[in-house]
Design a protein around this ligand. Sequence first.
Ligand code: FBP
Length: 264
Amino acid sequence: MRPLTDSPLARDGHVLILAYDHGLEHGPTDFADLPSTADPAGVFDLATHDAVTALAVQKGVAEAYYPSYADEITLLAKLNGTSNLWVGEPNSAVNWTVDAAADLGASAVGFTLYGGSNHEVEMAEEFRAIQEDARAHDLPVVMWSYPRGEGVEDDTTPEVIAYAARLALELGADVAKVKYPGSREAMEWAVQSAGPVHVVMSGGSKTDDRSFLESVEAVMAAGGAGLAVGRNVWQRENAAEMLDALGRIVHDGASVDEALAALA
Ligand code: FBP
């Protein structure tokens, strides 16, 4: 387990990952309200913001854009992913090997595990191979730990999110990316359950400024390491200002009211 003080994913122990794998996971509808967001270059530009500690993208986007940004951006290679066109039990194709991601210059790798899916067993076995390859390359591993499928009625209850965080520890991830379980107390349970694994919140669909920032503040107060966020940043016209605000909470320990001052 690599502490965040020594991790390429963090600054001073705090994590602010910008996620942009939505073109695969959700499709172009995520770009419809702000069509400029379909262009990866705009999001790579955003990821050069001081507050961002890493950018998570899939292989094709990384191959096409990362070489031009290699000096400015820490690449988190998202190794598996599935389109929204898939209708079966939650599952995720492994699209990228650790070796190829390392060759491109990735500083960390990410993998989605759908605990509770009928495909959990094969996904956990795929994770094992990736985790061991990542250890060989000295790359930290972020688990998108998203219980869902037939075995999971509600994927954001405190019990499910604590279990999601624990799965990351049991299977050997360095960082657990989990959905917000609705309160600081529930997030504390997730953080405790993860032991030495660092827990970050998954951003979720775009919501109003205050509610979103309050959830981030609660995660930090609960002992979380930060967040990995996509739509709540780049779906906003004022995305850079939102990163200013997030940086204040995640890196500087500011309150929501102090952070809101960054949003004109
Ligand atoms: P958001 O902050 O936009 O929710 O992005 C986080 C993320 O994990 C992305 O990496 C991924 O594309 C998406 O959420 C998956 O969301 P879901 O599977 O819940 O629809």
